[in-house]
Design a protein around this ligand. Structure first.
Ligand code: SAH
Length: 330
């Protein structure tokens, strides 16, 4: 399992007879390299306004039926403060590509949050080098930007007017600037091949990503992909398990999309290679509106309920909640 080739990965992804062995091997590697601690990241989805047209995403600008919102900078900092008071050691700020948040505004938010002595991850899409640099100087520690798929043709089909090379440039710039870099892919996009999923995993290894988020594609009714079939939970889990086996000491979240497809999805993911969970720390009013895909979990819960619920589940499988910032282990 140590030196899997592209052909090996393809074979494993195609053959479902050894899935349990694969998941338990990924779990063993997880335990050996990152231990039993689970890192909780407090997620603030601060704006659902987006200028992009990603075909799979419910927040694409053409979707006129979603009620749009923006959380104001001071309120974002307030949510972060509440999350820190609840014990979170990392805050994740995620949004659509919303130009309201200029570089200066973002830097003020970052500085406000960093005063709380917490690690900070951003996930706000494609920016230029100078913007990423300014965010880093303001104190941001990590950045998440999924490549979504490394199949350039499919990428271009899924992202009208977007440029695959620019997405790659973003990842490279973030690495150069000293961020912990997170990327990942969707599993089950229309026309996506098993071969390209193998390439995705090898790409994660090639760029030496520090965090990898993998989730199944879930069709959204107000998008051009509304009639496409949902991605497979098991295939997404296999891509995640193989990523753990190849990249070993990185941070891998048990994604919310996994739980949307399987009521126990995050716990199964935590037992198949994952070591991170990202509970939502905003109030109910925003949760349903950040509808990147339908059936998002926890939309009627408040931050305290979410924290309590996930802590209980994590402890029930013999794992512990980490008390540190949860940077990539050595
Ligand atoms: N604007 C930011 C954040 C995007 S939302 C960015 O561009 O990085 C975070 C992730 O949600 C996306 O990277 C995508 O992989 C995932 N996502 C979007 N629509 C989805 C869908 N229909 N099903 C499953 N995951 C989806």
């Amino acid at each position: 399992m140590e030196n899997l080739t592209r052909e090996d990965i393809i074979e494993i992804l195609k053959d479902d007879s050894q899935n349990e062995a694969l998941f338990s091997y990924a779990d063993k590697i997880r335990k050996q390299y990152v231990g039993d601690e689970v890192h909780l990241r407090g997620l603030i989805e601060f704006s659902n306004i987006c200028k992009r047209e990603c075909k799979y995403c419910g927040l694409r600008c053409e979707n006129k039926s979603v009620e749009r919102y923006r959380i104001m900078p001071d309120d974002i900092i307030l949510y972060a403060k509440k999350a820190v008071d609840m014990g979170y050691k990392t805050i994740v700020l995620q949004s659509g590509e919303d130009e309201y948040y200029s570089c200066d505004i973002m830097c003020k938010i970052i500085e406000g949050i960093k005063k709380l002595n917490v690690a900070l991850t951003l996930s706000c899409g494609e920016k230029n080098y100078d913007e990423y640099k300014a965010f880093k100087n303001a104190g941001a520690d990590r950045y998440l930007i999924r490549i979504e798929t490394t199949d350039k043709k499919l990428y271009e089909k899924m992202h009208p007017h977007a440029d695959f090379e620019n997405r790659i440039r973003c990842l490279k710039d973030l690495g150069k600037l000293g961020y912990e870099v997170g990327t990942g892919c969707l599993v089950g996009l229309p026309e996506q091949t098993i071969e390209s999923l193998a390439d995705d995993i090898l790409f994660f290894k090639e760029i030496n990503a520090d965090m990898i988020g993998i989730g199944p594609f879930i069709p959204h009714q107000q998008t051009p992909l509304k009639d496409a079939p949902s991605g497979s939970f098991n295939l997404a889990l296999k891509v995640m398990a193989l990523t753990r086996i190849l990249l070993k000491n990185i941070n891998i979240p048990a994604t919310t999309a996994m739980e949307t497809l399987n009521p126990n999805g995050r716990i199964i993911a935590l037992q198949s290679g994952a070591n991170v969970v990202m509970p939502n720390v905003t109030t109910t009013e925003y949760r349903a509106k950040y509808e990147i895909y339908p059936g998002k979990i926890c939309i009627n819960e408040n931050p305290t309920q979410c924290r309590g619920c996930i802590e209980g589940k994590i402890k029930s499988i013999g794992r512990t909640i980490s008390d540190n910032y949860g940077f990539r282990s050595n």
